[in-house]
Structure formats: structure tokens, C-alpha cells
Ligand binder design. Structure first.
Ligand SMILES: Cc1cc2nc3c(=O)[nH]c(=O)nc-3n(C[C@H](O)[C@H](O)[C@H](O)COP(=O)(O)OP(=O)(O)OC[C@H]3O[C@@H](n4cnc5c(N)ncnc54)[C@H](O)[C@@H]3O)c2cc1C
Length: 349
């Protein structure tokens, strides 16, 4: 069954979060490619369910499930990544809606997307978290220009997107005007929730690593043996973390800021696992895709490079640590740096 067929099947059966987790796990186990509509299914769908009007849900949800319409996430900008509330894309009021002016960046799948969820400033005079609205952009509008960005793996999965006078009618506002920060947080909490696909990908990676290690005699080296054992334990822990968050979602609770713990854990685990792979590869580690005598034909090295990004996407690890510190552990926020240089008296005291 193709990805969209699975989605239709789940919809018909009224399946919930646990079934969605299992189906995603099974697709990954069968090494099926990632669902082309994953941003729609994982991020936009849940955001629409929580914040959309009935008309918006009826218009967009069926085509998200069937993958007839692909979505992208127009959040990050050149000057607003970690500090997302600093977005400067302007939504200027015009007859019947707004016109967008600005630039987005790192937009995955923008080259395939029909629609994009976009954070834009509707009130430039309001405090930064309060003047943002959550708008749906028609990616086929002539004012949308998408330019691919080449990544370290030599692929171009994400893009920069220029918005030049793009019209957005009122009925494509999700939530209320200037309430976009709250809606964006509901999207972000799903981005950092459970991750069945990454779970299976890393379980498979571990199995392949252990086979590679056996073949190359890596277990004879006591330092490598310890690292392989650590990799085994960490992937098992990743599974338990996923199950704990899934149980919470299955009880109808939002993933919440604890999702940051899971994101932080697995991205660090992934990098350690990949470093162990390259150590086991030994002299073959620096080889690239079509080099001779390269076990795995370059797939290991590509994966090592690709997962460097895991501690950046969906919020960097520094930001996840801030969220855990402030919103999970309730630690005080870091004091703001002084705006003025210290006086001589302050220096002396
Ligand atoms: C593969 C990939 C796909 C992506 N896809 C999308 C997408 O589809 N849509 C989208 O909108 N975005 C996407 N992004 C963008 C991603 O969300 C941002 O890259 C991320 O939020 C970081 O923002 P930035 O790159 O502007 O870095 P910056 O915010 O400029 O951060 C630079 C460095 O400073 C650190 N830093 C910043 N602020 C703090 C702080 N307060 N405390 C401590 N350290 C701090 C950061 O941790 C980082 O190390 C994607 C990124 C990647 C890598």
C-alpha cells in the first residue's frame, strides 16, 4: 500500500496516535521512502485540527491525507531561526487580505509544495511575539520564487523562498490575526514529539553497524567494543523515550516541552552512533560515493554528513536545552546582558 493509501486506510478506521506510530514504523522497517507529504501529515494537519475553522479543515485535510497537495513550512528567515519571533516578513493589509513581502530560508520541499504555512508580521508596532499571524501561502502564486540550496551531502532538499507581493486572502488566516505565535507553537510541539521513523532508521543503522563491526574485527578492540555496547544501549533508550511520549499523546495530552528532551536525546545519540560507524570504517572513513574499496558504497559517509543537521532542524540543541531548563525544570531565565557598558564604580566594586 502506498503512503497515501495508508493514510486513507487509517482515516477510514478512525485510527489514533498509536496506530499512526505503528504504521510509520512498519513503513520505515520495509525501507519505504519517507512520506512525500510528511510536513502536511505531521505538522500542518495537527495544527489545522487544533486551530483551523471547519471550512479550512474540510478544504485542506483530505488532500493532506491523499498527498494530492504537498505542504512546506515557511517559518525560518535569514534573521530569524532560533529567535523565530523576530520574523520580519511583512503582511501588509490590502483589500480582502494581505500582501506578503519578505524572504524565508531552509524551507524543505518548497520546490514540490502547493501550500506553505507562513509566519508573517501583521502588526509591526506590537511586541514581537504579539504582532505575528499564521497564514497559508499558495506556493503557485507568481510572487513566490523558490531557489534550491545545496547541502553538505550534495543534495538540495531545502530552499530559500522569496515572497514578492504574494496575496493571502482573509480565509487563509489560521487562528486569529496577531495570534500566530500561539499557533506556531502548536506546530513546533508536534515537530518535537515522537519520531517513529527516526527510531527505526537508527535501529537499522545499529544492526548494520554491528554486522560491519563483526566483519572488520572491531569487537577485538576493547575501546570500540565499549562504544558499540553504548550505541546498543542508547538506541534501546531512544525506543523507550518514544514510547513514553507516545503514551502521553495517546492519553490526549499534547507532547509539550518534554518533546525537547526527546529531540535533544536522539540527535546527540545519532551523532555518537555515526561517529562510531566512521571509527569502525577506519581508513575507509574519508571515502565518498563512487570510491573503490568503500564498504557501503558511501552510504555510511552520506548518513554521517546528513545527520550533522539533526541538532539544527526543528530547533537547535542549544534551544532545546533552554526549553528544558526554563519550561520543564522551571529554572530562572538567563539574565539579559547589560545594554550599557559598566561604570567605573561598578568595575571597582
Ligand atoms: C535539514 C534542515 C531542514 C530545515 N527545514 C526547515 C523548514 O522546512 N522550514 C523552516 O522554517 N525551517 C527549516 N529549517 C531551519 C531550522 O529550523 C533552523 O536552522 C534552526 O531553527 C536554527 O536557526 P538558524 O539556522 O537561523 O541558526 P541561528 O538561530 O542563527 O543560531 C546560530 C547558533 O546560535 C545558537 N543560538 C541561537 N540562539 C541561542 C540562544 N538563545 N541560546 C543559546 N544558543 C543560541 C544556535 O544554537 C546555533 O548554534 C531546517 C534546518 C535544517 C538543518
Amino acid at each position: 500500500m502506498g503512503g497515501s493509501g495508508v493514510a486513507r486506510g487509517l482515516r477510514r478506521s478512525g485510527a489514533g496516535a498509536v496506530e499512526h506510530f505503528i504504521v510509520t514504523e512498519e513503513l520505515a522497517r520495509a525501507r519505504a521512502p519517507e512520506l512525500v507529504g510528511r510536513i502536511g501529515i505531521n505538522l500542518v494537519g495537527p495544527t489545522l485540527l487544533a486551530n483551523g475553522t471547519d471550512t479550512q479543515k474540510n478544504r485542506w485535510l483530505p488532500h493532506i491525507l491523499s498527498a494530492r497537495e504537498i505542504w512546506c513550512q515557511l517559518f525560518s528567515e535569514p534573521g530569524a531561526g532560533s529567535d523565530l519571533a523576530s520574523v520580519s516578513t511583512r503582511a501588509v493589509p490590502v483589500d480582502g487580505g494581505w500582501r506578503l513581502e519578505g524572504q524565508k530560508v531552509w524551507t524543505s520541499y518548497a520546490q514540490f509544495a502547493t501550500w506553505g504555512v507562513c509566519l508573517a508580521r501583521t502588526d509591526p508596532d506590537a511586541p514581537k511575539h504579539r504582532g505575528i499571524s499564521y497564514l497559508v501561502v499558495d506556493m503557485r502564486d507568481p510572487g513566490v520564487v523558490v531557489r534550491p540550496l545545496r547541502q553538505i551531502t550534495d543534495e538540495a532538499e531545502f530552499n530559500e523562498v522569496f515572497l514578492d507581493g504574494v496575496f493571502v486572502p482573509y480565509d487563509r488566516l489560521i487562528g486569529t490575526e496577531n495570534d500566530g505565535w500561539r499557533v506556531a507553537n502548536s506546530t513546533l510541539s508536534h515537530e518535537r514529539g515522537v519520531n517513529p521513523r527516526q527510531l527505526v532508521v537508527h535501529m537499522q543503522l545499529l544492526e548494520e553497524l554491528l554486522r560491519l563491526a563483526l566483519g572488520r574485527g572491531a569487537f577485538d578492540d576493547h575501546r570500540l567494543r565499549a562504544r558499540l555496547a553504548q550505541a546498543f544501549v542508547e538506541v534501546r533508550l531512544f525506543r523507550l523515550h518514544n514510547w513514553r511520549t507516545l503514551s502521553k499523546i495517546a492519553r490526549g495530552l499534547p507532547p509539550g516541552p518534554e518533546g525537547s528532551q526527546l529531540k535533544l536525546y536522539w540527535s546527540e545519540m545519532s551523532k555518537r552512533l555515526h561517529d562510531t560507524v566512521l571509527t569502525v570504517l577506519g581508513p575507509a572513513a574519508p571515502l565518498w560515493l563512487d570510491a573503490a574499496h568503500n564498504p557501503g558504497g558511501g552510504a555510511w559517509q552520506r548518513s554521517w554528513l546528513y545527520y550533522k543537521a539533526s541538532s539544527i532542524w526543528a530547533g537547535t540543541n542549544e534551544i532545546q536545552r533552554n526549553v528544558i531548563g526554563e519550561r520543564v525544570l522551571g529554572l530562572p531565565r538567563e539574565p539579559r546582558p547589560k545594554q550599557t557598558p559598566p561604570t567605573a564604580r561598578e568595575i571597582a566594586s
